[in-house]
Design a protein around this ligand. Structure first.
Ligand code: PPE
Length: 304
């Protein structure tokens, strides 16, 4: 990871090296922090734009609300701080990571009056699942771990501790030589990737999993809008892993993963074993949108 210059912490920019916390930070011990992943792209006209900034900040506050954590800033302040952080690091393009977490003070599960700390970092981040994967598609496996039950943790909240499940799943499949994990829910239906939502295409119709055990992805939402604008049918419906095996196309969506085609699941080739026509078309429109080349989606961009 490329080290930057500044990190925004609790209301002001500090030097990258000085953005540290105490070892008794509550979130480090018990996992209660909420975070976001946001991307900023360099547009063709030379300007830089943050993709769906307001929606990401909204979700950060929704996550905090779900876990009963009060962020000591307004959404407008966080939006401004994201822009400030990008500028302070001279980043024209990159990944932004806002995080709010329970700081140090009392130990024990009950957070008591421990302060809620907030920081925003930004760095350069290329294709999450590799440039090759983005172009040719990736190999995926269903891991032995299942996604959390909807009443074990709050799956609509992007909480740091929830990612232990993602790490276990990802480690297992990567150790076996695959690129990414596709987790099932507690009832056995497809849920999502370790850090991505999933779509399949069959006979020209798109399907994505309904919002139960998975995160309400902002890229997922963008893809649904793009697909509908192209006149395609998009269904939010449960499906099984074998429906993915016989799909014509499949892909992951996420801020980090963007739109990554899936060419194989559990050793079954999907479609022709390469990115399908609909996947490629949606991928192209998505990159046109984030880079300011498609005026129809100009509302998604916040220019620096
Ligand atoms: N599901 C999960 C579990 C998830 O973590 C993400 C984002 C998504 C779906 C897609 O959501 P969205 O980014 O709004 O389209 N995962 C973030 C973290 C990745 C990481 O390795 O860190 C991300 O993509 O930023």
């Amino acid at each position: 990871m490329d080290k930057g210059k500044k990190i925004w912490m609790d209301g002001r920019l500090v030097d990258w090296e000085k953005a540290s916390v105490h070892v008794l930070t509550h979130a480090l011990h018990y996992g209660l922090g909420v975070f976001e992943g946001i991307r900023c792209y360099k547009c063709e006209d030379g300007r830089s734009a943050v993709f769906r900034l307001a929606e990401h900040t909204r979700r950060l506050f929704d996550s905090a609300h779900i876990v009963m954590m009060k962020i000591p800033f307004t959404e407008a302040e966080i939006n401004a701080a994201v822009i400030e952080t990008l500028k302070a690091n001279g980043l024209e393009e990159g990944y932004i990571r806002p995080i709010a977490f329970i700081g140090d003070g009392a130990m024990g599960i009950l957070p008591k009056d421990n302060p809620v700390r907030v920081s925003i970092s930004a760095w350069k981040w290329g294709a999450y699942l590799g440039a090759d994967g983005m172009e040719k598609g990736i190999r995926v496996k269903v891991p032995s771990y299942v996604r959390y039950h909807v009443n074990s943790v709050m799956t609509k909240a992007k909480v740091t501790g929830h990612y232990v499940n993602s790490i276990l799943a990802k480690r297992e499949v990567v150790a076996e030589g695959y690129d990414e994990a596709l987790l099932l829910d507690t009832e056995g239906y497809v849920s999502e990737g370790s850090g991505e939502n999933v779509f399949i295409v069959k006979d020209g119709i798109l399907k994505t999993t309904p919002l139960t055990s998975n995160l309400k992805g902002i890229t997922r939402d963008a893809v649904m809008r793009i697909a509908k604008d192209k006149g395609l049918t998009v269904k939010e419906e449960r499906f099984t892993r074998d429906e993915v095996y016989v799909a014509d196309e499949a892909f992951f969506t996420g801020t980090a993963a963007e739109i990554t085609p899936i060419r194989e699941l559990d050793l079954r080739t999907i479609g022709q074993g390469r990115p399908g026509a609909i996947t490629k078309d949606i991928q192209k429109t998505f990159f046109d949108a984030v880079k300011g080349r498609n005026k129809e989606y100009a509302g998604w961009l916040t220019y620096l």
